[in-house]
Design a protein around this ligand. Sequence first.
Ligand code: MF3
Ligand code: CO
Ligand code: CO
Length: 287
Amino acid sequence: MQISRNDPCWCGSGKKYKKCHLAQDERLAEMELAGCLVPSRDLIKTDKQIEGIRQACRLSNDILDMVASRIGVGVQTKEIDRWVYEYTLEHGGIPASLNYQGYPCSVCTSINHVVCHGIPDETRLRDGDIVNVDVTTILNGYYGDVSRMFMIGEPSREARELVRVARECLYIGIEQVKPYNRIGDIGYAIEQYANQHGYSVVQDYGGHGVGLEFHEEPFVHHYGEREEGMVLVPNMVFTVEPMINMGQYHCLRLDDGWTAVTRDGLLSAQWEHTVRVTEDGVEILSE
Ligand code: MF3
Ligand code: CO
Ligand code: CO
C-alpha cells in the first residue's frame, strides 16, 4: 500500500511523510525511471543506528591509536592481533574479523606486497616495511571498519610516496560522497588520481556497506566511470578503502584462502574509513 503525505514516515523518525522522506522518494523514483540504480530503504540507516555505528567506528579508531603507540621494528604481527583482541574486549567490543567466514584472527596485517587480509603470525616487522592494520569492531551490535598504514623504521622514498598517495586516494574518494552522486564517481576520482601518480587500483576487492552487518550492499568500486553505479542518499553508510599498487593491479590469493598479494610482487598500500552520506556531503565516522 502506498504511504500518504500525512502518514508517519517509513523511516521511523515520527515525522509526517511529507516533511520527511517524500521529496527524496520522488527524486529517487524519477532517477529510477531514468535507469539509475537507487538504494533500497534498508540501506538508509536511522539516527539511532548511525549513533551506534559511530561509537563502533570510534572504538575501532581508538584501537588503531593504541596500535600506533606500540608498533615498531621487531613486533610480531600476532602480537598486534593480541593487543587488538584484548583492547577490544576491555572496551566492551567484539573483533568482527575473528571467526568471520573462518578468518582466524582479530585484525588483518598486510605487509609490503600484501594487498589485504594478511593473517597475523610469527612474522616480525622489519625496518623499511609498510604495513596496513585493518580493524573492524562490533559494539552493541553495530560495526565500525577502519584501517591505516604504518611505516616501520625508515621505508624507502618510493614506499613512503605510495603510502602518501594511497591516503590521498582515500580522501579524494571521500570528497565524492554526497547526496545524488554515484558510487562510480568515487571510483573514478580515485583511479584518476592513482594513475596520475603511476599507480594502479586493485579491482578484486572494494569498499562495502557496513553497520548492521560486516559487509552490506553496495559494493564500492575504487575504479570506474562517473555517473555509474548506485545513487548515494543521506544516511547510507559504507566504507571507502582503496588498495593502490606500485605496479599492476592484479592480485593473487594465497593457499591460506585469505592473504591477497600483488601478482607482480610490488608494494601495495591501503587506507580505509567508514563514512556516512549527510544532507549535503559526508561525515567520516571513523576519525
Ligand atoms: N576489514 C576488512 C574490510 O575492510 C575485511 C576483513 S575480513 C577478514 O572489509 F575476515 F579478513 F577479517
Ligand atoms: Co572494509
Ligand atoms: Co577493513
